[in-house]
Design a protein. Structure first.
Length: 147
């Protein structure tokens, strides 16, 4: 445990040295004929920590999308999803879709798309569910647009 704390402190001090300090303090290096001026930022470490936290949230969201896709795909393959099922029941059991799209201009049907977190909307596997205006499942499919 002490070695983990020591490593954390060393990394923290390193980033503090690179990005800490006041905006007035600056280092100048000469590289060839160009002068490069590095300005320390008092917000540097905080910004790095925020970016790291945001990245963690993004990864958790992508993992959640993948888990929902896998659950809905398995349910479709195992014939556990039936036409006429309520949208709210499907959302509760299998999770939120990645995207919800109105099928046509009259807005009489809605398409839910589930995809793996690392997948693309333009290619790869997707699970599509189409609901009518009463929010009952009309049709569903697994689409594989591999190129």
């Amino acid at each position: 445990m002490n070695s983990k704390i020591s490593v954390f402190i060393i990394v923290l001090l390193f980033f503090q040295g690179c990005f800490g300090g006041s905006p007035a303090s600056a280092k100048t290096e000469t590289s060839g004929h160009k002068k490069i001026k590095y300005v320390k930022s008092k917000h540097g470490l905080g910004t790095l920590m925020k970016i790291s936290g945001d990245r963690g949230k993004m990864i958790r969201e992508l993992n959640k999308d993948t888990k929902c896709f896998e659950k809905i795909s398995k349910a479709i393959k195992d014939s556990n999803i039936k036409v006429g099922a309520a949208a709210k029941d499907i959302r509760k059991k299998y999770g939120d879709p990645v995207v919800v799209v109105q099928e046509d201009s009259s807005e009489s049907s809605t398409r839910w798309v589930y995809k793996p977190g690392t997948g693309s909307f333009f290619e790869g596997k997707k699970a599509c569910l189409v609901f009518n205006k009463e929010d009952c499942l009309e049709r569903f499919s697994i689409v594989d647009d591999e190129k």
